[in-house]
Design a protein around this ligand. Structure first.
Ligand SMILES: Cc1ncc(COP(=O)(O)O)c(C=O)c1O
Length: 345
């Protein structure tokens, strides 16, 4: 089979031998009865890592975010988020479809970061019965569509203080919180401490085949457990995949640093190519976004594929390369050469 250098996403990784062994060896039971020891251990360990009372294993990041929003709101409520947030751009309209809620969008800066000063005027007065009720402020960290950028902890803190002042919930889409954490040295628990609910992916840079974790108070998780079942997410002998998640949390967080180094190298190489536009300031973790001066995105993607290189897209006119554990530094050098060759052809 032809070997591709696959930089479309960090979701393309395949479980390592050691992870597969952990899956093979997993003790299992019926998780809908809460009798799966491996899923229970994953949830306990994840809750501890995130500094929350309890956690729940869910099939995907989208389901994680949407369960959190569903539990925190009533139909007709409103969630404030950034205009390029995953929950707005890439979750198939689920806030409206599944929970009957609307999103109020803020334009963040080029890193997708908005401030407490920007949020405050959007909070609707509780006396205004004819308006939607503001219930939640959502932050995505790292911010996918902005290019894997990290939200500064001081900024998160001031937004959470505002949330307290107005009695609002805070939700973290921490699909890649692990990347933010290894880069800044701020623990996942410290990030999570500013949020009522968090959703984090195991199947992105951490390399598990399936799954996300949501975490919060015991009361929240009790309700989330009910919603997960109602939405068809109750899984039975799920220890088989929970074992991969547990392995990922125990072994694959620190190594994310290597993915960040690969992204920085790729970004630097691209910045040296004449027909590439790239903002190096945006490359903080494992995502590199760039555009081309002399070729359409579609045409470029086709040519790259012919050269065995797979890339993704993001905002209109932008290309996206995501580094992960299944690409080496040699692959990055090779990918850079392929990109240069296509643009100079
Ligand atoms: C920031 C963010 N949130 C949520 C998700 C959804 O995760 P999943 O694909 O597991 O549903 C993604 C996936 O790319 C993401 O980047």
């Amino acid at each position: 089979m032809k070997k591709f250098i696959d930089l479309r996403s960090d979701t393309v990784t395949k479980p390592s031998e050691a992870m597969r062994k952990a899956m093979y060896d997993a003790e299992v039971g019926d998780d809908v009865y809460k009798e799966d020891p491996t899923a229970n251990e994953l949830e306990r360990y994840a809750a501890e890592l995130l500094g929350k009372e309890a956690a729940l294993f869910v099939p995907s990041g989208v389901m994680g975010n949407q369960i959190c929003l569903n539990v925190l709101t009533q139909p007709g409520d409103e969630v404030i988020c950034e205009k390029d947030a995953h929950i707005f751009q890439y979750e198939s309209g689920s806030p409206a479809a599944l929970s009957g809620i609307q999103l109020s969008l803020i334009e963040g800066n080029k890193k997708g970061i908005f401030t407490a000063e920007q949020v405050e005027p959007l909070i609707r007065p509780t006396s205004a019965y004819y308006m939607a009720r503001t219930k939640v402020i959502e932050i995505e960290n790292t911010h996918n569509r902005a290019g894997g950028t990290i939200n500064p902890i001081e900024n998160i803190k001031s937004i959470s203080e505002l949330a307290k002042k107005y009695n609002l919930y805070m939700h973290l889409d921490g699909a890649r919180i692990w990347n933010a954490s290894v880069e800044t040295g701020i623990s996942p628990a410290e990030y999570s401490s500013y949020f009522d609910t968090v959703s984090c992916c195991l199947s992105k840079g951490l390399g598990a085949p399936i799954g996300s974790i949501i975490a919060g108070s015991k009361e929240f998780i009790k309700e989330a457990f009910r919603v997960r079942k109602a939405w068809g997410g109750g899984m039975r002998q799920v220890g088989i995949i929970a074992a991969a998640g547990l392995y990922a949390l125990k072994n694959n967080i620190q190594r994310l640093k290597e993915d960040h180094q690969k992204a920085k190298q790729l970004a630097y190489n691209l910045s040296q190519i004449k027909n590439v536009n790239i903002d190096l300031e945006l490359v903080e973790t494992n995502i590199v976004i760039f555009s081309l001066k002399n070729m359409s995105v579609d045409n470029f993607l086709l040519k790259a594929k012919e050269h065995s290189l797979l890339l993704g897209t993001g905002k209109v006119g932008m290309l996206r390369a995501v580094t992960h554990m299944d690409v080496t530094m040699e692959d990055i050098e090779q990918a850079s050469k392929i990109i240069e060759r296509i643009l100079n052809e």
